[in-house]
Design a protein around this ligand. Structure first.
Ligand code: AMP
Ligand code: GLY
Length: 420
């Protein structure tokens, strides 16, 4: 089969790495891909992902049998609908189903309609009304821009003033453009977070191994929120009992509810969960593989990924026996100086040979002539596979010096929560 991956980050590198092991694969392409992916796929340049007609033409010219869409923006933009209408098999949700991530207002109202446990909330598009609400309630809140904001649309205010500034930035100053035209004000929850992704064929879903992300920049969960500074799997905090609760109360009701509402969800459903003392609560849904979570989950997947993705498209996921490896994976994100506010770019990267059981997934790199330079905030996800989490942690940290670039920063405590 000829397969095309859409995207250019660590998630797509991990997808490419896993797809490369499939006996079904003939040729792999990535649009636009990155220098890491280029080691085993052909990167496609000169086609804008939002130009669906050109993507369709590329797929037809190159006999693409399967397209896998990594990021949320093209999904929310309806690329799966466009390609499917031309008979091109595409893994990912339709535009209507992607709304579960693309609109937090839709997502919260959907959860309320379908009794899926989540934080109490109210939605607003009027600044005065939102401020009035903030004055009336007596619990700490989180303020969220409803639309896609590349991980920057969630504010955790410490004071009333900060809450009002966040609302002003979204509803008055338009700092989040159309993404901030509506906001969700929700109750701040306390607990440990877990990322639970599931494959779905629209009716039936199978959870992947749970992972834990580290959103904050600095050790001990200090500093500003980021797209994620590292991750590990499995996350022992999601016990079997809690996993069953998550399937029963969150994953399956979501797949059922989306189908009942005419938005059949085929693809990866990502549930960001908070394990509170009152039970599981959904913080957010994403309509795709998580990043960096995918960088630890796919190395643990035993089953052929193409077989699973095709079964999702064909509505036959029940027929696949999805198997996972024993052991654990830990990924430490190597970020640029200045991330997340203003990341440096264009720094030359040097690599030394990595031992087996380690993979350096590229998230933000590009070619400069024949050399590789940094081109984003999160540059690499260095991932180690081990017998257990402690072993994977030891492997990843003892090999960090194999990759280097000017200004490189990373957290030293990834996965410590699982060990303490
Ligand atoms: P989201 O994009 O909605 O997952 O939010 C990004 C991050 O903000 C989450 O991973 C949490 O760390 C935090 N967060 C979001 N909603 C809440 C909430 N209701 N209570 C506490 N923390 C939250
Ligand atoms: N790691 C969070 C996300 O993929 O959105």
């Amino acid at each position: 089969m000829n397969v095309l991956i859409i995207g250019s980050g660590g998630r797509e590198h991990a997808l490419a790495w896993k797809l490369k092991q499939s006996p079904k694969l003939t040729k792999l392409y990535a649009l636009p891909g990155n220098p890491g992916i280029a080691e085993f796929a052909e990167n496609v340049n000169g086609i804008a992902v939002d130009n669906h007609a050109e993507v369709i033409r590329f797929c037809k010219d190159n006999q693409i049998d399967l397209v896998i869409v990594g990021p949320e923006v093209p999904l929310a933009d309806g690329i799966v609908d466009s390609l499917s209408a031309e008979g091109i098999r595409c893994f990912g949700p339709s535009q209507a189903a992607a709304e579960i991530e693309a609109s937090k207002v839709f997502s919260k109202n959907f959860m309320a309609r379908n009794q899926i446990p989540t934080a109490r909330y109210v939605t607003f598009s009027d600044f005065e009304e939102a401020v009035d609400h903030i004055h009336k309630i007596d619990y700490p809140v989180v303020i969220k821009a409803s639309g896609l904001a590349a991980g920057k649309g969630v504010i955790l205010p410490e004071t009333l003033d900060e809450s009002i500034s966040a609302l002003e930035a979204m509803l008055v100053k338009n700092e989040f453009a159309s993404a901030g035209a509506e906001v969700v004000i929700e109750e701040k929850l306390i607990g440990q977070e877990v990322s639970l992704m599931a494959f779905s064929d629209g009716e039936y879903c199978v959870p992947m191994i749970p992972a834990q992300d580290h959103k904050q920049l600095l050790d001990g969960d200090q500093g500003p929120n980021t797209g994620g500074m590292g991750t590990y799997a499995p996350a022992p905090v999601l016990t079997n009992e809690l996993l069953n609760e998550a399937i029963e109360k969150v994953l399956q009701p979501t797949i059922d509810g989306m189908q009942n509402e005419g938005r059949k969800f085929i693809g990866v459903l990502y549930a960001g969960l908070m394990l509170t003392k009152d039970g599981i609560r959904v913080l957010e849904f994403n309509c795709r593989f998580g990043d960096p979570e995918t960088q630890v989950v796919l190395p643990l997947l035993e089953t052929d990924l193409i077989e699973i993705l095709e079964a999702c498209i064909d509505g036959k996921l029940k027929d696949v026996n999805i198997k996972w490896k024993d052991g654990a994976a830990v990924c430490v994100v190597l970020a640029s100086k200045g991330y997340p506010e203003k990341a440096e770019n264009g720094k030359l990267v040097t690599f030394k040979k990595l031992p087996k059981d380690l993979i350096c997934f590229h998230s933000g790199t590009k070619f400069d002539e024949s050399e590789i330079v940094t081109s984003g905030g999160r540059v690499f996800g260095l991932t180690a596979f081990g017998n257990d989490i402690a072993n994977a942690v030891q492997k990843v940290y003892s090999n960090i010096d194999k990759v280097s670039f000017d200004g490189m920063q990373y957290r030293k405590d990834i996965a410590q929560k699982a060990l303490s």
